[in-house]
Design a protein around this ligand. Sequence first.
Ligand SMILES: Cc1cc2nc3c(=O)[nH]c(=O)nc-3n(C[C@H](O)[C@H](O)[C@H](O)COP(=O)(O)OP(=O)(O)OC[C@H]3O[C@@H](n4cnc5c(N)ncnc54)[C@H](O)[C@@H]3O)c2cc1C
Length: 425
Amino acid sequence: MNARRRFLRVLAMSGLTLGLDACVSSRYLRGTSPGRVVVIGGGYGGVTAARYLKLMDPWLSVTLVEPRDTYLSCPGSNEVIAGIAELSMLERPYAAVCGRLGIDKVNAAAIRLDRMRRRVILADGTEIPYDRMILSPGINFRWNAIPGYDEAASHTIPHAWKAGPQTDLLARQLRTMPDGGLVVVTAPANPYRCPPGPYERASLIAWYLKCHKPRSKILVLDAKTRFSKQPAFERAWRDLYPGMIDWVSSEKQGRLERVDIRNRSVETEFDSFKADVLNVIPPQKAGALAEQSGLTDESGWCPVDPLSFVSSLDPAIHIIGDACQAAPMPKSAFSANSQAKVCAAAVVSILAGERPPEPLLINHCYSFVAAEEAISISGVYAYSAAEKQLTSRSGGETPPASDRRREAVYAKAWQRNFRAGVFGG
Ligand SMILES: Cc1cc2nc3c(=O)[nH]c(=O)nc-3n(C[C@H](O)[C@H](O)[C@H](O)COP(=O)(O)OP(=O)(O)OC[C@H]3O[C@@H](n4cnc5c(N)ncnc54)[C@H](O)[C@@H]3O)c2cc1C
């Protein structure tokens, strides 16, 4: 098979030809280096972007800046809390995907961006030049947005909203709480990472308690008046855990006023609740590097034009994943993955002097409500050139009376295939 046919086959397999084949393949055949792209952040967004850049144009110089050797996936971490999975099952090393595709992995955090000189600065002073950058740093927490809850407090009262030691800590606290105890989970206002995540967590904690400490209760204090997949979650709670989960909306004093870490209690406008296990999921904003580099606006998130996910504040930087404002798309690994593919295709087009094609993006998100039962939601998002925004094209969610066992089979397959699709293996 000649080089051109081999290359076009790679594009076809990626499912993302998007009209790029002519410009890219001709450059591929000329053997010229089309440019240097630096991707910061090796999560679902960053790794997918680096991978697709290389699949679409093997001649591109692609550098991935990420301090860890191994990624820890948040999807699946609620199962770890419930004792259904081990944290180690969520680990994915970078070596295979980077080695196979020729992505240059730099094991360091970017501490600063020199946007004028288009350079990424590492802690040891190393400077990495770029023609275009893709930034996918995930989230940061708004510490002190809830009085009494800061970063130090999260070491005893875990948020567990980034997978890792906090996930284990929350799991251990559940194992040692008494039967008949109270678990309080607090959910933030929109937007935040994984809109259905707090309710999946409440469901799986309920599953654990039903199996091991059935006299216990769960209170979900919410800063919102409604939540993602609400009818399907509430139906599952009634079917599987009658009387165990109490959800309190912000209209009915769900909004937190204070956290008292010494007493392990929370205060709302008219009441206070003492918990045996307290899980505070704080309000969020874009990852620290984005904010420090002046790439966020007053919302705390990064404004972008979703045609290419180029920053509205810097024409050489694209921002994808949880850090960007891509409403109505939710902040999910699935969204980050869709955005990364669109962004990679756009970067390849831009470097070739072409206008990126108008994208159509998808999100599909499963939530477990028990070890072997799940529900899901999906959405399709089109680009509106007039508004430079995404608009909802279609969508749907699991009807409350659907077959949750079958959804769980799909959910497990999705987790497996999705992780393999991004990280290989
Ligand atoms: C409990 C829970 C369950 C979830 N379940 C699902 C699910 O079922 N399905 C789903 O689609 N989504 C789910 N999500 C959401 C999903 O985890 C995120 O939306 C997704 O990880 C976002 O990808 P990202 O690339 O934007 O950020 P991340 O995956 O957080 O990756 C960011 C990366 O950037 C790196 N980084 C940060 N700053 C720097 C820097 N300065 N220099 C270098 N590297 C840096 C970090 O080390 C990290 O590796 C869940 C989330 C949670 C909390």
